[in-house]
Design a binder for this molecule. Structure first.
Ligand code: ADP
Length: 368
């Protein structure tokens, strides 16, 4: 009676096991430095046996899959046809989808009778209208090459939105929200009546806000300039934009706690990094305030969003004219609702739980 949730990375497998009815968490582990996913699943099989769980006897497996393209807008039962279709999407997400697919293949090999489901980071954002998801580029780049905004962290944005609805005691379909997932990866989502209408990440998770090691949005001409003037090739540039930029580039570390410590000891680059990081979040908030007709709540989640009162304060400060005010004491004492008594907009700090959301999707498949 259990549901296994798998997040397969290139050299690791994170798994969480839930009771399939109560969703009580039975086991959670990260298996690292695996040679391949079959080896990883063998390790997991042994670890699950310690809990008396035979992987071949569980109810279902839910896999996190980063990119579902336009084809997949909801959790999907995996069959051979699915695997062919998802493999065709690899060019859109070359850094993530191959490992997700290997995880699925390994799961099907080790437990052939257990149904597998794919849950996509992109799915929640498939409700975006064309004006939000199209780039101002020639039509055929969209129609032939599938270049458009897809958005990511969808499982997290949706999960915290459902939690916000519970906290505010209103149906999600009646709520307008701005959700900020701020971890190593950072993205924001404008949610209108429970549906994503825009998000900051784009065709890949590189676009949008400043992140731990990713630059977020920059002038695209910088890439050509680097090729011509510095003789960098496209792999070097992409690697720099993904792995050597963001907080890491400006402050020397991608860990916000260390950046804050450095700032407190007078490091000017650390102070600049935090100012840039918060400034971009605040600009994003303004954009989404403008496109949503009235906002019920702003939601912070992710490692930074859940734990950094400084970032909440820097993002929300001076926005009383937009109906947003923070209660400093509540913010500093890690309350869930941190808006001031006069704030028209609620400001919520909600821990995300993407694994649990995946389990909830799978559970819905199994029992409805
Ligand atoms: P990932 O996106 O890899 O899942 P997380 O969501 O765990 O990452 O977020 C990691 C970030 O959260 C790091 O920058 C870390 O410094 C930051 N973080 C965690 N705890 C705190 C805290 N108490 N104060 C400030 N930042 C924090």
């Amino acid at each position: 009676m259990s549901i296994l949730v798998i997040n397969a990375g290139s050299s690791s497998i994170k798994y969480t096991l839930y009771h399939s009815k109560t969703l009580e968490r039975i086991d959670h582990n990260l298996i690292e430095e695996i040679r391949d996913h079959h080896e990883g699943f063998e390790v997991m099989r042994t670890q699950l046996l310690i809990h008396g769980i035979d992987i071949t006897q569980i109810n279902a497996i839910g896999h996190r899959v980063v990119h579902g393209g336009e084809r997949f807008h909801e959790p999907t039962l995996i069959d051979d046809e699915f695997l062919a279709e998802i493999t065709a999407l690899i060019p859109l997400a070359p850094l993530h989808n191959p490992a997700n697919i290997e995880g699925i293949i390994a799961a099907r090999a080790i437990a052939p009778n257990v149904p597998n489901f794919a849950i996509f980071d992109t799915a929640f954002h498939q409700s975006m209208p064309p004006q939000a998801f199209r780039y101002p580029l020639p039509h055929d780049l969209y129609h032939t090459n599938h270049i458009r905004r897809y958005g990511f962290h969808g499982t997290s944005h949706y999960y915290v939105a459902t939690q916000a609805a519970q906290i505010l005691q209103k149906p999600l379909e009646e709520l307008n929200l701005i959700t900020f997932h701020i971890g190593n990866g950072v993205s924001a989502c404008a949610i209108e009546k429970g549906k994503s209408i825009d998000t900051s990440m784009g065709m890949t998770p590189l676009e949008g806000l400043m992140m731990g090691t990713r630059c977020g949005s920059i002038d695209p001409s910088i890439i050509g300039y680097l090729m011509r003037e510095k003789g960098m090739n496209i792999d070097e540039i992409e690697s720099m934009l993904n792995k050597k930029s963001g907080l890491f580039a400006i402050a020397g570390t991608n860990d916000l706690r260390s950046v804050i410590d450095a700032k407190d000891s007078g490091d000017e680059n650390a102070a600049l990094a935090i100012d840039m990081f918060a400034y971009r979040l605040k600009k994003q908030l303004g954009e989404y305030m403008a496109i949503l007709r009235g906002v019920n709540a702003i939601v912070f989640t992710g490692g930074i969003g859940e734990h950094s009162p400084l970032i909440h304060e820097m993002v929300c400060k001076g926005l009383e004219h937009l109906g947003i005010g923070l209660d400093e004491v509540k913010n500093r004492s890690n309350d869930i609702q941190i808006q001031s008594s006069t704030s028209a907009v609620a400001v919520l700090v909600i821990p995300t739980d993407e694994e649990r959301q995946i389990a909830l999707y799978v559970q819905k498949f199994l029992y409805s």
